[in-house]
Design a protein. Structure first.
Length: 118
Protein backbone atom coordinates (compact mmCIF):
# COMPACT_ATOMS: atom_id res chain seq x y z
CA UNK A 1 0.00 0.00 0.00
CA UNK A 2 1.30 3.44 -0.93
CA UNK A 3 1.49 5.71 2.13
CA UNK A 4 -0.96 8.59 2.21
CA UNK A 5 0.98 11.86 2.13
CA UNK A 6 -0.93 14.84 3.54
CA UNK A 7 1.85 17.44 3.38
CA UNK A 8 0.14 19.38 0.57
CA UNK A 9 -3.30 19.33 2.21
CA UNK A 10 -2.54 22.50 4.16
CA UNK A 11 -6.13 23.72 4.53
CA UNK A 12 -7.72 20.50 5.66
CA UNK A 13 -9.93 20.86 8.74
CA UNK A 14 -11.11 17.30 9.36
CA UNK A 15 -9.73 13.89 8.57
CA UNK A 16 -11.69 10.65 8.56
CA UNK A 17 -9.92 7.31 8.31
CA UNK A 18 -12.10 4.32 7.43
CA UNK A 19 -10.27 1.20 8.58
CA UNK A 20 -11.46 -1.99 6.94
CA UNK A 21 -8.87 -4.10 8.74
CA UNK A 22 -7.35 -3.96 12.23
CA UNK A 23 -3.97 -2.66 11.03
CA UNK A 24 -3.77 1.11 11.69
CA UNK A 25 -0.11 1.73 10.97
CA UNK A 26 -1.13 3.45 7.71
CA UNK A 27 -3.23 5.94 9.71
CA UNK A 28 -0.30 6.81 11.97
CA UNK A 29 2.02 7.14 8.97
CA UNK A 30 -0.43 9.45 7.19
CA UNK A 31 -0.97 11.58 10.31
CA UNK A 32 2.79 12.07 10.66
CA UNK A 33 2.71 13.94 7.33
CA UNK A 34 0.01 16.44 8.39
CA UNK A 35 1.09 20.06 8.09
CA UNK A 36 -2.29 21.76 8.15
CA UNK A 37 -2.70 24.47 10.77
CA UNK A 38 -6.48 24.28 10.27
CA UNK A 39 -6.93 20.67 11.32
CA UNK A 40 -9.21 20.36 14.34
CA UNK A 41 -10.74 16.85 14.19
CA UNK A 42 -9.39 13.38 13.44
CA UNK A 43 -11.93 10.57 13.15
CA UNK A 44 -11.08 6.90 12.96
CA UNK A 45 -13.87 4.58 11.88
CA UNK A 46 -12.86 0.93 12.30
CA UNK A 47 -14.77 -1.87 10.64
CA UNK A 48 -17.56 -3.23 12.82
CA UNK A 49 -16.89 -6.84 11.97
CA UNK A 50 -13.17 -7.02 12.68
CA UNK A 51 -12.82 -10.26 14.63
CA UNK A 52 -11.29 -9.97 18.09
CA UNK A 53 -8.67 -12.60 17.31
CA UNK A 54 -7.11 -10.30 14.67
CA UNK A 55 -5.92 -7.96 17.43
CA UNK A 56 -2.49 -9.55 17.63
CA UNK A 57 0.29 -8.04 19.71
CA UNK A 58 1.61 -6.31 16.58
CA UNK A 59 -1.80 -4.78 15.84
CA UNK A 60 -2.19 -3.68 19.47
CA UNK A 61 1.21 -1.97 19.23
CA UNK A 62 0.04 -0.11 16.12
CA UNK A 63 -3.01 1.13 18.01
CA UNK A 64 -0.79 2.22 20.91
CA UNK A 65 1.42 4.14 18.47
CA UNK A 66 -1.70 5.81 17.09
CA UNK A 67 -2.81 6.54 20.67
CA UNK A 68 0.46 8.34 21.46
CA UNK A 69 0.33 10.36 18.24
CA UNK A 70 -3.29 11.41 18.83
CA UNK A 71 -2.40 12.47 22.38
CA UNK A 72 0.43 14.54 20.94
CA UNK A 73 -1.95 16.17 18.43
CA UNK A 74 -4.38 16.98 21.24
CA UNK A 75 -1.84 18.43 23.64
CA UNK A 76 0.20 20.33 21.05
CA UNK A 77 -2.50 21.53 18.67
CA UNK A 78 -5.86 20.99 20.43
CA UNK A 79 -6.92 18.54 17.73
CA UNK A 80 -9.82 16.38 18.90
CA UNK A 81 -10.01 12.66 18.20
CA UNK A 82 -13.10 10.61 17.64
CA UNK A 83 -13.76 6.91 17.15
CA UNK A 84 -16.95 6.15 15.26
CA UNK A 85 -18.07 2.57 15.71
CA UNK A 86 -20.79 0.37 14.35
CA UNK A 87 -22.33 -2.58 16.10
CA UNK A 88 -20.93 -5.65 14.43
CA UNK A 89 -21.95 -9.26 14.08
CA UNK A 90 -19.58 -10.36 16.82
CA UNK A 91 -20.54 -10.45 20.47
CA UNK A 92 -18.10 -7.64 21.23
CA UNK A 93 -17.62 -4.72 18.92
CA UNK A 94 -14.76 -2.24 18.65
CA UNK A 95 -16.33 -0.06 21.34
CA UNK A 96 -15.41 -2.74 23.85
CA UNK A 97 -11.76 -2.67 22.75
CA UNK A 98 -11.13 1.08 22.48
CA UNK A 99 -10.17 1.52 26.16
CA UNK A 100 -7.35 -1.02 25.82
CA UNK A 101 -6.30 -0.02 22.28
CA UNK A 102 -6.25 3.75 22.94
CA UNK A 103 -5.32 3.59 26.58
CA UNK A 104 -3.89 7.09 27.14
CA UNK A 105 -6.61 8.93 25.21
CA UNK A 106 -9.29 6.98 27.07
CA UNK A 107 -7.70 7.40 30.49
CA UNK A 108 -7.38 11.16 30.00
CA UNK A 109 -10.87 11.51 28.53
CA UNK A 110 -9.46 12.93 25.30
CA UNK A 111 -11.43 10.82 22.84
CA UNK A 112 -15.06 10.84 21.77
CA UNK A 113 -16.55 7.40 21.22
CA UNK A 114 -19.61 7.74 19.00
CA UNK A 115 -21.97 5.11 17.63
CA UNK A 116 -22.52 5.35 13.88
CA UNK A 117 -26.17 5.46 12.93
CA UNK A 118 -26.88 4.53 9.33
Amino acid sequence: MTPLNLTKATKIKRLVFRCTWPNVQWVTTALQTVESKNLHRITVRPDANTPVYTFTEQVRQQWQDLDHLLVQFRTSNSIHSKIVYETGDSRKDIRDHVPSLLLVLTRRGLIDLVKYDH
